[in-house]
Design a protein around this ligand. Structure first.
Ligand SMILES: [Zn+2]
Length: 199
């Protein structure tokens, strides 16, 4: 059996730690990278570090930004009365790609999971409530996926806002249970968003 040089094996191991990358794919990517020219490899290493060094969390929505406030929060044309709450920063992408949401976002940073010790304070829930008190938000779209933890997080936020006039909605069913929002296709997203329902 062929055993690869340790340094190559180390590269394969690191790549296979990435989400959704199995060992076979990791090996294929590693061979692809080291077989390419040096310049391409240096470019990749450089943009990786640049992204890590320059990206910060937006102070308003906790999505990724290159300055204190991200381009979405900073855009005067966005509807400031509609706030879409997502679990992770990457969950903003399917909404933006399908162009379905014209309002703003808020990244919770996870979902509640008491068994894992993830309480409201572990997420950006206090900051969300504070923001809702300060801003003139009329609709809160809880787009947290359909895992049991995501469901109870949406219910928790809804309960906190029980006496609030803010209209609370959630995406329509149609997202496969437990699936990540980031893998949802545009058509499913459009439908799930347009047919969103009151919580
Ligand atoms: Zn932002």
């Amino acid at each position: 059996m062929y055993s690869s040089p340790p340094v190559l094996e180390k590269l394969v191991q690191e790549i296979s730690k990435l989400p959704g990358i199995g060992r076979k794919t990791a090996r294929r990517l590693a061979f692809h990278l080291i077989s390419g020219d040096r310049e391409k490899m240096e470019n990749l290493a450089q943009v990786l570090m640049e992204a890590k060094n320059k990206l910060v969390h937006c102070k308003l929505c906790y999505g990724f930004a290159e300055s204190e406030i991200c381009q979405i929060c900073d855009n005067p044309r966005r509807d400031r009365e509609s706030l879409c709450v997502v679990e992770r920063a990457s969950d903003i992408l399917p909404f933006e790609n399908s162009g379905v949401h014209k309002g703003l976002y808020f990244v919770l940073g996870g979902v509640l999971s008491p068994l894992d010790g993830i309480k409201p304070e572990s997420l950006h829930i206090p900051e969300l409530i504070e923001r809702l008190e300060k801003e003139n938000i009329k609709e809160l779209i809880l787009a947290l996926g359909s895992s049991p933890e995501a469901e109870s997080t949406a219910l928790y936020i809804d309960r906190v806002l029980l006496n609030s006039p803010i209209h609370r909605t959630r995406l329509a069913r149609g997202i496969p249970v437990g699936s990540d929002l980031e893998f949802i296709d545009d058509v499913t997203m459009l439908r799930a968003f347009k047919e969103r329902v009151k919580i």
